[in-house]
Design a protein around this ligand. Sequence first.
Ligand SMILES: [Zn+2]
Length: 242
Amino acid sequence: MTSRTEGIVLRSRTLGEADLIIEYLTKDFGTRSAFAKSPRKIKSRFGGSLEPFTYARIALTGREDANLPKLTQSDIIRSFHPLRENIPVFLKACQFAELALKLLPSDGRNNPDAFALLLWGLDGLEKDPASALVPLVFKMRLMELAGYAPALNGCARCGGQAQVFYPRDGALLCGGCKKGKKEGPALGLSAALIAMHKSLSAFPLEKLSRIKPSGALLTELERFVELHFTEGVNVHIRSAKF
Ligand SMILES: [Zn+2]
């Protein structure tokens, strides 16, 4: 059977001499790998549509349970060509793709919010390659979609006042509730940071450019999101494998 959807190329690797395996984030089936037979030999058929970050209308053919269907059609909707023209921008886009592959389950379930987020992120990067906000919001929202939203509404245990974040708990904890627990990294968060984090999480993506955090707040947010990712999310992903 053949399924048709829209997909964004996250990554591709060669298989044998001329074949390719392409990993997509699709509009209807979450992340999905497909096999392209000798794309270099039949260049006219796929054109440049297998390049990283290309947004294309695709058709996948194979048994429904096949984990590697064959790509039988790929028509470019948007090439995102400028993202491949400049190394620093290319690396940022690669990070988006890597995070999507790492955080999103490949269980075939529809994940329209993740698809919309990636499109938004690539579009934002193409329009403003120097934007600090786009990579930050992409990472924040992807973590949330993958079930790793930080709990920032007071102490996660007692509900009292708390402003110290413990990434391994993924939450704010007050001094009383933290007592006696194993030591781990922690970061004090300002009230302004917590409020800005909430706005950036909740605001519709298409209107997000209206929010303009100060440089200092942006730096503080980046540090927080990075710590939450490396010490919280990454540790949990690794441990979930065992
Ligand atoms: Zn508490």
